[in-house]
Design a protein around this ligand. Structure first.
Ligand code: ATP
Ligand code: MG
Length: 400
């Protein structure tokens, strides 16, 4: 087994809690990913101590969810979610437990967790507390509920999406009884808010075994409760994982199914403004590419570099060509004469100086757009005098 190096700073946090008389363990996804040889991202810590006590022990503590027992401890510039051992009761509304009760025993805390692979705690010396044999489940690549699967899915139906999500990310098989419960209980998903479902859905699409994830959505019936996707043949034509998120997913389907609109997707999945902006940009670039059968300088100029990988994946998926790699686009972007309006040597004030008799109006931005376009496409050099010359040759803008 590889070393615990990635956990060292987290162990220091644990040590501080122990020195103050408490108990603490690394729990959840970090332990799971570590034991399965995957890169460890966020490290969560469970502790016997109440949030108020954690606030006393550490200097930098951000109270993010005190009523649920969670605070963020900053240590060596890294954030750790530190949560008091707790059990949850109620779940009357299928959403949140009615009551959170703090407890003193880590094994009780592990019992409330969704799957055995996520219910392992690791102590500061690397010892595992693994009452549900989650380590075996990881070795056998198996996703199984902690306790009675149907009970656990009744408590929180989102767990069904999470099971599929872990299958997609880890390429694990869902254990038989857990899968059976999933098949029976998938309609319960309708009680879950679309925002929570969207988080898991994005991770399913981004998993290295997305094919398995999408197939499970179908076979379990969960798909029937997913807006828009429920009417599509979702796993046909997905030739790669849609890694970068919703904008890529939406563009992918909208381009293949002409009756779909990005707008509808955004609305029914309640996605963010940021996703909307990225989706529109990506679709705009793609359609331009389709029309011109070419990646023009103007397209590269308009498309944010962050979206290059999505763009190149879309092109290879829908055109079955591989020639437009993200790197090629990045290189082409570097070669552009300018990268934004501010880099133009000729600005709006220069334009106004040239036409002092004209009142301010929309013509200014129209002309600036024109200058920008012609500089980007290298029809005119980005040189003050040259642009000035060139603008002079135009007909004076209409007066209004
Ligand atoms: P990721 O690497 O994607 O963050 P994760 O396993 O850490 O995966 P989180 O959503 O961050 O997932 O949750 C952290 C831990 O909290 C899980 O490993 C699990 O033990 C527990 N958990 C999260 N959501 C639920 C849930 N709906 N029901 C029961 N336990 C949950
Ligand atoms: Mg996590």
């Amino acid at each position: 087994m590889s070393s615990h190096e990635v956990f060292e700073p987290a162990f220091e946090v644990i040590q501080k809690i122990e020195e103050a008389g408490g108990e603490a363990y690394i729990v959840g996804g970090a332990v799971r990913d570590y034991l399965s040889g995957r890169p460890v991202n966020d490290i969560d810590i469970a502790t016997s101590e109440k949030p108020e006590r954690i606030q006393e022990i550490f200097e930098k503590v951000i109270p993010v969810g005190i009523e649920h027992g969670t605070v963020i401890v900053r240590h060596r510039s890294v954030s750790y979610e530190v949560t008091t051992y707790r059990v949850e009761e109620g779940y009357e509304d299928y959403r949140h437990p009615d009551e959170v009760t703090f407890v003193q025993d880590i094994t009780l805390d592990l019992a409330r967790r969704d799957f055995t692979i996520n219910a392992i705690a690791m102590s500061r010396d690397g010892r595992l507390i693994d009452p549900y044999h989650g380590h075996d489940a990881i070795r056998n690549k198996r996703i199984e509920a902690v306790g009675e699967p149907s009970e656990r899915f009744h408590e929180d139906p989102l767990r069904m999406m999470r099971a599929v999500r872990f299958a997609s990310q880890l390429s694990f098989k869902i254990e038989e009884r857990t899968e059976e419960a999933l098949n029976h209980l998938s309609p319960l998903l309708q009680h879950i808010s679309i925002e929570r479902i969207a988080v898991e859905m994005e991770k399913i699409f981004g998993g290295s075994n997305y094919a398995l994830g999408l197939q499970l959505l179908q076979s379990t019936g969960l798909k029937n409760h997913l807006p828009i996707l429920k009417d599509l043949d979702i796993h046909r034509n997905v030739p790669y994982s849609l890694i970068l998120g919703w904008h890529e997913i939406i563009a992918f389907y909208v381009l293949q199914y002409p009756h779909l609109t990005a707008e509808n997707f955004m609305k029914s999945w309640k996605l963010s403004k940021d996703t909307k902006k990225k989706t529109e940009q990506l679709l705009h670039a793609y359609r331009k590419y389709e029309n011109e059968k070419n990646v023009t300088a103007w397209l590269i100029y308009q498309l944010e570099e962050e979206l290059f990988p999505s763009f190149s994946r879309l092109v290879s998926a829908l055109h079955r060509v591989d020639k437009i790699s993200g790197e090629v686009l990045t290189e082409a972007k570097k070669q552009l004469p300018i990268h934004n309006k501010r880099e133009l040597t000729f600005q709006a004030r220069d334009l106004l100086q040239l036409f002092t008799d004209l009142p301010k109006g929309p013509w200014i931005s129209e002309w600036m757009d024109k200058i920008e376009y012609h500089v980007v496409t290298e029809e005119i050099e980005n040189d003050y005098e040259k642009i000035k010359e060139w603008v002079r040759e135009w007909n004076p803008p209409a007066r209004n």
